[in-house]
Design a protein. Sequence first.
Length: 709
Amino acid sequence: MGNRSYDISNSLVIRENDLTLITLPNGDIPVDKDQGYGLYYHDCRFLSGFTLKVNDQQLTNILSSDEKDYASTIMATNHYLIDNNDAEIPENTITIRRERNIPGFLNEKITIKNYNEFEVTLSVQLHFESDFKDIFTVRGIEKGPDGHMLPYECKNGELRLAYSGKDGIIRKTIISFLKEPDSVIECSPEYRLFIPPGKEDEISFIINVNDGSGNDENIINDDLVKKRIDNIRESYHNMRSLCKDFQTDNQIFNSVFKRCMADLRLLNMSIEGQVFYSGGIPWYDTLFGRDSIISAIQSMPYEFNIAKSTLRLLALYRGKCLDDWRDEEPGKILHELRRGEKSRLNRIPNTPYYGSADSTPLYLILLSEYINWTGDTGILYELIETIESAITWMDKYSDMKDLGFASYYCRSEKGLYNQSWKDSFDSISRKDGTIAKAPIATVELQGYMYLAKKRISKLFKQIGRKHDAIRLEKDAEKLKKDFNRSFWVKENDYYALAIDKEGICEVTASNPAQCLWCGIVEGRKAERIVNRIFQEDMFSGWGIRTMSSHEKRYNPLGYHNGTIWPHDNSIIAMGLSKYGFKNEALTLFNGLFEAASFQPRYRLPELFGGYEREKYSIPTKYPVACSPQAWSSGSIPYMLISSLGLVPDALNNSLSMIKPELPVWLDHVKINNLKVGKAMTDLEFKKVNDSTFVNVIGKKGELDIHVYY
């Protein structure tokens, strides 16, 4: 997050495609504080200030809702004021309703209603500012704009703000008023309204942004707005219909689940015609290899198309050469793609940047998970070059410093020092608190490598590539043996966080618990992991901390050093289920569900504080967390699948349910139209005397269903 401190935890957020609006609860973008609020498009802040006053007074906010995700409603009322004719206006007698939607542009209608028994004359003052900062400048990572502002223009009912970038692009913010303002002083339009008693007046305008990428709207009219809003509504209706296929007897959980799925829909973004889940709003609103992959895994079996398009898109950007500036190697899956001025000028390496050691194995895991659910082997043949190059990367480039395990070191002068999912500078440390020295092999990275090789080995067997399948299987088993010998710390009865240039990093963290998800943990070590992560220094009551509270670098508000990340806990919960620790998996499910129930709109943020639940009755916020964040939104749906024990094998027309067990707050779950390959089934899960039983209500197509209690 650079060197700045913000608090954006109470923001209103609406978004559609690549356009995102983040405001205060009163609908304003404050002009006196640079906290990340704004109207964003392609990594550029096109609106950095947007305020509304009546007769030079701030209003009292009485309602804020962004429940629709692509639209928001804000209601406000007046303080005591003197109108333009010196009449006294009592407080709470004027209401101002701001209605917004975002169908490719920002469409706003302001309705002012007079509840007095006499006519009022009011001045409604708007103010707009555009700094056109790149998101990396907003975050405090890069210095200010490289180009220069152009003079604003105001004519024919339009206010135009423009910026000439050093990348040769003129970026514009165009505000078009349905009714021309009575006056405009610089960038502050003013309307003078005469409103009879009990009547209302309206101010409407559209804010469009343009960066030369084809988003300029020449003609915006009511028909265009209605058509686009109708299409967006239909998309959200389809999402809600999907949610109806997964119903429980707990209405709060149903609301949490719907919010998760709606947030995933909100985070839909498209590049090269392929839809994927954007990382999160506002800081990571773009394509992230690791984040987009994991959220696609979490969202199955609810949504398959995005997993497929994510695979295709990432294949287009796979690494082609050795490039130190971008930490790129042949076959490597990207970390982050940016499209703003800084990236276009090559001031940052995110064009794309490849500094993720784990995106490549995770890509192969997503591929296998998608095929397990859908049976779509066509994607295997379609992406075979990407798959083979990813395997080559794992064999040839994942340990370029010969550490003995898949590892990373940063070659780019503006790259990430740490290139695991905990990618902040101080997230990987040694027992004495000193920063780990590259090359660094994190513990969960070995698990991802193992699972990727096991999964692709199985797929290669299916398509007759037996020699390659056998080699990958042998490589995976050797890795498992070496891993358990080298990473296990007997004195701690737990795996090390990492191995670095100087040896073992014995810090106790959440990373080893993700290895359960990967299946690399051998023998009784699984039980020891479970015992360790549920001790008080690791389990807060809401979830597993990223780092033990006993460690030198522990901080309950440290980005990766003591906070709780929903996605981390969802992966751990799935791993616990795979190893048969269902009660412990349900403990995590319960903690995260209850944490979500305390969040505004039930929206799980990117992360929250690691403080003890016993001392604080609600989860403590992390002030600059992205919200929504894709892999947080996918966490509760993924935990539901782990609870039900669903294991698909579409290539063999099979669905297994292994030790299905409902949490204490659920007695009944019904799933309609669950797709496995070309088949479909309806399932019912019921709790009877603390045991969960499965009924197969219906089935279409060839599908063998097995339940293992």
